[in-house]
Design a protein around this ligand. Structure first.
Ligand code: IVH
Length: 671
């Protein structure tokens, strides 16, 4: 069928428009049009291509994937895809620099391109005449697999490069990965749909790239960063890698904006340490930094050996996932009596620390993991997050693996363990259980509660075990003579501790409320209660309804508060604390309007400057409600790095979004 010129022109224009918006959205993160408008353009193009039989491999409509292949075909890399030498410490990095200078026979400081080592899958993209012709995995470095159809579904990878003319050949290499946000969104969806949870971003990315059905790949929001060039024909490229990156960016290819330049190895080390420091807040996972001699001419002089270039080095960071063995599962009793399974692990160095035990949260989690004692498991510790058992890698070979069972009796006091609600198990003894005593005293004395310096977890355990104290009020009746002779104590430390205990008596209502350990009353809720009621008696006498009027308090938290103050032994404890001198100033509660009255804020992602609890307290003091999820009633979302589905939802609903800097300025203006 002859296609009218007008249609051909429209199809061309639509393709350009779509790729332009893909680039803005997926590479530059600065979309210009609403999603609905974008969808409308795509739909128009799909219809025209269908009607006039105009589908081509480089059309953006092909990004949705196509019918399954029976197998991948092989691809020979004309230039081998090398790997990197690696070092793990500063001394070896300095030695690398010394080797380079020696080989170059020049003491001049070398300029390096410093790059995050993105944890993904290496790929090669071949553009002929500016059009993506072939994408391949690295394979063994010489032979890879043709994954073109899968790679075409990745929206930040241009199907056609801007400005590249016929007669050119360009091979770009880089890393395909799944960002943290994309990964958590996938898992949120999997949870809702009850489908399999993805273990980590790297495996998910690798698995989806090796799908024979590219429609499956299209469902995973993969991304790519380019990091080097392979074959080049008919093109003049800049003389350095850093300039080449700029050129690639101009052609529409995705280049990581966290790449830097450093002159001399000391500056490289600074880059590495800085990158390690912000590892958590990056939107993608890294396993180190890559340092590359920047000038192409120097790279040529240094050359490569069979496996890796001499001009590049990976500086590896501690792994965030390692395998280890479950030695045992024990049960711990918390301050409210909840009995929690804790895994004892064969010690493993992961995420920069040695981990030898970790919480398994509840029995459902054990069931979900299919965990047995003796299993080899994958443990993950990213940033400061508590270590987590991600999955069983190898089940215990033992013929009769030990099933993990909730004990019938509390491991601390022997009272019956009772099931509460769907997943919780609790010790039925209440405050006479020594484990509950210890945990509630530890919480009471902790830095964010009554802040009793020197009364740490170990000492609390010792005091309870040796019958020095039984409850939080007893802390204030300890005398020096009673403790000076205890093991690890001595006169001076006893004196200091008594002083610290006395100092802690002057406190605030918010701290005091928090330190009582009422279920689900954290720092921010305690601050909210304190600001709303102003004095303790009003909180004690408040009913469910008036408690629910407080910002951030819903029916469940309100009922925990009512239950707590309905318990006479809690009221007796409070009287004792007051009678030994624990005090705080009451707060004047005004009926005056506050600047953020009636507004609901949501905090998401990592806040890097102001701790989240402080941000929450500041908002609540200004009258705002701080909610955990985004809805059409949300007034504003504060989004830090790593923000996921909440940010997306806010964007979809057109809700005001502030980054942390803007948020701090906003608070400044109001206070
Ligand atoms: S350069 C000729 N740069 O690390 C040098 N690799 O262990 C080839 N990787 O196979 C690699 N980020 O998959 C380079 N900025 C980066 C990288 C990077 C991640 C991966 C890549 C490579 C592996 C080498």
């Amino acid at each position: 069928m002859a296609v009218p010129d007008k249609i051909k022109q429209e199809v061309d224009k639509l393709r350009q428009q779509i790729e332009h918006h893909n680039h803005l959205y997926h590479t530059l993160d600065t979309p210009e049009i609403p999603d609905a408008d974008y969808d409308a353009i795509v739909l128009r193009l799909e219809n025209l291509e269908e009607e006039y039989d105009l589908q081509t491999p480089d059309s953006p409509t092909q990004r949705v994937g196509s019918a399954p292949l029976s197998q991948f075909s092989q691809v020979q890399h004309e230039l081998p895809m090398l790997s990197l030498n690696k070092v793990f410490d500063e001394a070896d990095l300095l030695a690398f620099d010394a080797r380079l200078k020696k080989r170059l026979d020049n003491e001049k400081e070398i300029q390096f391109s410093c790059e995050p080592k993105v944890d993904g899958i290496a790929v090669s993209l071949l553009y002929r005449d500016g059009v993506l012709e072939r994408a391949a995995t690295r394979g063994d470095g010489t032979t890879g697999e043709d994954i073109t159809r899968n790679v075409r579904t990745i929206k930040s990878i241009p199907l056609r490069l801007k400005k590249l003319k016929p007669g050119t050949l360009l091979e770009v290499r880089g890393e395909i990965f799944l960002g943290k946000q994309g990964f958590s969104r996938l898992n949120e969806k999997a949870k809702v749909e009850g489908s399999k949870i993805f273990v980590n971003p790297r495996n998910t990315a690798a698995g989806s790239l090796r799908q024979l059905d590219s429609r499956m790949t299209a469902k995973i929001p993969l991304q790519m960063y380019c990091y080097s060039i392979g074959l080049v024909e008919g093109l003049e490229l800049p003389t350095s890698l850093s300039e080449t990156f700029k050129t690639l960016g101009k052609w529409g290819l995705p280049v990581n904006s966290d790449i830097g330049i450093a002159v001399g190895i000391d500056a490289c080390l600074e880059y590495c340490l800085d990158l390690l420091g912000k590892r958590n807040s990056l939107g993608y996972e890294i396993d180190g930094a890559v340092l590359k001699v920047d000038e192409h001419e120097l790279q040529q002089d240094l050359g490569s050996n069979a496996k890796s270039p001499r001009w590049a080095m990976a500086y590896k960071f501690p792994a965030e996932e390692k395998s280890t063995k479950i030695l045992d599962v024990e049960f711990q009793v918390g301050r409210t009596g909840t009995v929690t399974p804790v895994a004892r692990l064969e010690p493993v160095f992961v995420g920069g620390v040695t981990v030898s035990n970790t919480t398994l949260h509840n029995m459902d989690e054990i069931e979900r993991l299919g965990l047995r004692i003796g299993d080899t498991v994958l443990v993950r510790r990213a940033g400061d997050v508590i270590p987590k058992v991600v999955k069983v890698i190898q089940a215990e070979k033992n013929k009769k693996p030990k099933k993990i069972k909730m004990p019938e009796n509390c491991p601390a006091c022997g009272s019956a363990v009772e099931k509460e609600g769907e997943v919780l198990y609790k010790c039925s003894a209440g405050v006479i259980c020594p484990a509950q005593q210890k945990e509630s005293i530890k919480h009471f004395a902790s830095r964010t509660a009554m802040d009793i310096e020197g009364l740490g977890d170990k000492l609390v355990e010792q005091f309870v075990d040796e019958d020095v104290i039984e409850n939080i009020a007893d802390i204030f009746t300890i005398d020096e003579g009673q403790i000076a002779d205890l093991e690890r104590m001595g006169k001076k430390s006893a004196e200091n501790l008594i002083q610290a205990i006395n100092d802690s008596k002057e406190t605030s209502l918010a701290r005091f409320l928090f330190s009582l350990g009422i279920r689900e009353v954290g720092e921010a809720t305690a601050a909210g209660l304190s600001n709303h009621f102003g004095n303790l008696q009003s909180i004690i006498s408040a009913d469910q309804e008036s408690l629910e009027k407080v910002t951030d308090i819903g029916p469940i938290v309100a009922s925990h508060i009512v239950t707590f103050f309905a318990n006479q032994s809690n009221l007796d404890l409070i009287s004792k604390l007051r009678s030994v001198g624990v005090n705080w100033p009451d707060i004047e509660v005004s009926d005056q309007q506050k600047p953020l009255d009636g507004q609901t804020f949501v905090l998401t992602g990592t806040l890097e400057i102001m701790p989240r609890s402080e941000a929450k307290a500041a908002l609540m003091a200004l009258g705002a409600k701080v909610a955990g999820s985004v809805s059409k009633n949300t007034s504003c979302v504060v989004a830090g790095p790593g923000a996921g589905s909440k940010l997306t939802k806010a964007e979809e609903l057109g809700i005001k979004i502030l980054d942390e800097g803007e948020f701090l300025a906003f608070l400044d203006d109001l206070t």
